[in-house]
Structures are given as structure tokens and as C-alpha cells.
Design a protein around this ligand. Structure first.
Ligand code: KG4
Ligand code: ZN
Length: 339
């Protein structure tokens, strides 16, 4: 077995087509093709996403190889996202990875997208320290919200999860209600910068243990805006920054209060953030403050490794490769997958 294998990784679980090349834990290239087509619909349209993946996959892989200055013959394994995600999208990346592994006669590594988000912390990034095991990772994306206890690279346990919507969805749906566009998270983040975070209040759900619920928050947001709009038709326009700042602050506080409880329960030294929502500027700031308060070491991946990307699939594939945890060519992508 090669200790620093060259791995081609493919990620196509939602609306980004991405390919990366890693040598061991080092990223040689990480190409992401975004699909702007969904913006006009205010959300991802699954059928359109899979068609866009079909158009993008070959050029994206080609660019990743060129940028890494490598030919396909030098690859030692191929990693791809097995799930969870949109089935039609996963199938494009999965079929491509399987055919390529078969043609090149090299191992195939099937990766859980959520494990990929968490393991993005182990991508070599200058002098940046890796989290020490065991650690807690708050994984917040457009499809998931989880608190995960990570005991080893491939030994993880979900200790808290959303019982309905994900945190990213709460951002995206609020942005849709306000007609801001898609994806809503970065737009709300930007508008919140000049707003007052304590101007408006929203409902805090009552969930068991370390679980989350976002549908109630979203509904209370909708009702509050509908009520205000009846009295003043320009309410959203006139108060946009304060609405965004208050809503964002509410979601961030809710996420971090749960994480704080988890730190108390599991007594870990290291805490980490992962997933697209970890790009949120207030979440990053408050996360650092929580680490100070609890005496924890904090870990946030570099911005390009927070949102969906193939480098995170590559690093998870690398750990699987070291364990010789290869996948058979009969593996099929799964819309739902639990580790
Ligand atoms: O991990 P990701 O790229 O894809 C999924 O696996 O879902 O996460 C996408 C989510 C979207 O809901 C998007 O609105 C959110 O991450 N997001 C943000 C920010 N950047 C991306 N949410 C809040 N603030 C941001 N700056
Ligand atoms: Zn993701």
C-alpha cells in the first residue's frame, strides 16, 4: 500500500460539481463548478441539478488533473460521495467514479458526505493544527444539522440532530420569504453585518436532549413578517438589515447553546465546525467565543472546505484507503445514508 496515495475525489451530492486531487492529506487541486441555473427558482431543482452534473463532470475532472499536473495513469484510487444527497445528482458522480476506477483498474472509495465535511479538518493546511480525538463537531449544512462525537477518523457517533429542517434551510427559506434570492445564507450573512441583532425575537423550540428543530423558528419568522407587513407594506425593505441580523443571531445562539451543553456532557477538549453554514461570519465569531468560555480548542476549516467540495471527499477517501476500506463496483449511491 502507498502511504501517500494520489486520490481523485468526486462530489456531486447537491448542486455543485466538484473534483479534487489529493496526495496523502495534501490537496493538489480542488475544482468546484457551481450551478447558477437554480437561482431563478429560489432553490435546487433536482432534475436540473443532475443534468448540470452530466455537463460538468468531465471538464471538472479534467481541470482538476491538469491543475495538479498529473495524468489519470498516476492515480492510485478514486473516492466519490455515496450519499446522502439528491439521488439523480449522486448517480452522475457515482457512475463516473465507478467507470473510471474500472477503466484504470484502481480501488474505489465510497464516502459519506457528512463524514467528508467533518474530516475536512484533516486536510493539510500550513501549520494549522488538526483536532485531537475525541472531539465534537457541529455540522451545519443545507441538508443537515448534527452534533457528532468523533472518536477516530472513521469512528463517529451522532449525538444530536435536527428533527425537521436543517440550519441552512432555515436561512434559505427566510431569504426566499424576503425575496432575497438563493442560496440565502450568504445573503442574510452580508445584510446582517449592519443590522441590530437584538431588535426582533423569534420562537425557540423545545427539543429533547441535544436535538434541534428549525421548522418552528422558520414559521415564527414567517408569521411575524406577515403581521408586520399588514401594518406596513414596506416593513421588510425598511428593516432588512435588522431582520437579517436578529434572525441570524437567533439561529447561531440556538446552535451554540446546544453545542455548549454537548461539551459539558462529553467533556471534550476540542470543538469543530463543519458544513456550508460554518461559512457564516457570526457563527464563526461566536464559536470562537464559546471555545474561550469553555476552555476548548476551536477548529474551523478554511472557507473553501466549508461548503460542498471534493477535497473533503478526498481526505475521507484517504482515511478509507489507509484502512483498505475499498468499495465494490456494485455500490449504488443512497439518498439517505447514516454512519
Ligand atoms: O454544505 P453545503 O455547501 O451543502 C449541503 O450539503 O447542504 O451547505 C449549503 C448551505 C446553504 O443552505 C447555504 O445557505 C448555507 O450553507 N450557507 C450559509 C453561508 N454560506 C453558505 N449560511 C449562512 N451563512 C453563510 N455565510
Ligand atoms: Zn454539504
Amino acid at each position: 500500500m502507498i502511504s501517500s496515495p494520489i486520490i481523485l475525489a468526486i462530489e456531486s451530492s447537491c448542486d455543485d460539481t466538484s473534483a479534487a486531487i489529493l496526495r496523502g492529506n495534501e490537496v493538489l487541486s480542488n475544482i468546484v463548478a457551481n450551478q447558477a441555473i437554480h437561482e431563478q427558482f429560489g432553490g435546487v431543482v433536482p432534475e436540473l441539478a443532475s443534468r448540470e452534473h452530466q455537463k460538468n463532470i468531465v471538464p471538472v475532472v479534467d481541470t482538476a488533473l491538469k491543475k495538479a499536473n498529473l495524468s489519470s495513469k498516476e492515480l492510485n484510487a478514486i473516492a466519490f460521495t455515496e450519499g446522502p444527497g439528491l439521488l439523480g445528482s449522486l448517480l452522475v458522480g457515482g457512475s463516473f467514479a465507478k467507470s473510471y476506477a474500472l477503466a484504470l483498474n484502481i480501488p474505489l472509495l465510497a464516502v459519506d458526505h457528512m463524514q467528508g465535511h467533518i474530516l475536512s479538518h484533516f486536510i493539510k493546511d500550513g501549520e494549522k493544527q488538526f483536532p485531537e480525538f475525541p472531539f465534537l463537531c457541529l455540522t451545519v449544512s443545507g441538508g443537515h444539522t448534527q452534533i457528532v462525537l468523533v472518536e477516530a477518523p472513521l469512528k463517529m457517533k451522532v449525538v444530536g440532530k435536527t428533527i425537521d429542517d436543517a440550519a441552512g434551510e432555515a436561512f434559505d427559506k427566510a431569504a426566499k420569504i424576503m425575496n432575497l434570492g438563493y442560496p440565502g445564507g450568504p445573503l442574510i450573512d452580508r445584510l446582517a453585518k449592519t443590522g441590530n441583532p437584538s431588535r426582533f425575537e423569534f420562537a425557540t423550540p423545545n427539543t429533547e436532549g441535544l436535538d434541534f428543530s428549525f421548522s418552528g423558528i422558520k414559521t415564527s419568522f414567517l408569521y411575524q413578517l406577515q403581521r408586520e407587513m399588514k401594518a406596513d407594506g414596506s416593513f421588510i425593505e425598511n428593516n432588512l438589515n435588522d431582520i437579517c441580523a436578529s434572525y441570524q443571531h437567533h439561529i447561531v445562539s440556538y446552535l451554540l447553546n446546544r453545542l455548549k451543553e454537548a461539551v459539558k456532557i462529553y467533556g471534550v477538549k476540542d470543538i469543530a465546525l463543519a458544513g456550508g453554514v460554518s461559512a457564516n461570519s457570526e457563527l464563526r465569531l461566536q464559536f470562537e467565543a464559546l471555545a474561550q468560555e469553555t476552555g476548548s480548542r476551536s477548529h474551523i476549516p478554511r472557507f473553501e472546505y466549508c461548503t460542498d467540495n471534493a477535497a473533503m471527499i478526498g481526505i475521507a477517501g484517504y482515511f478509507k484507503y489507509l484502512e483498505k476500506d475499498y468499495s465494490s463496483l456494485s455500490v449504488t449511491p443512497k439518498a439517505r445514508l447514516h454512519f
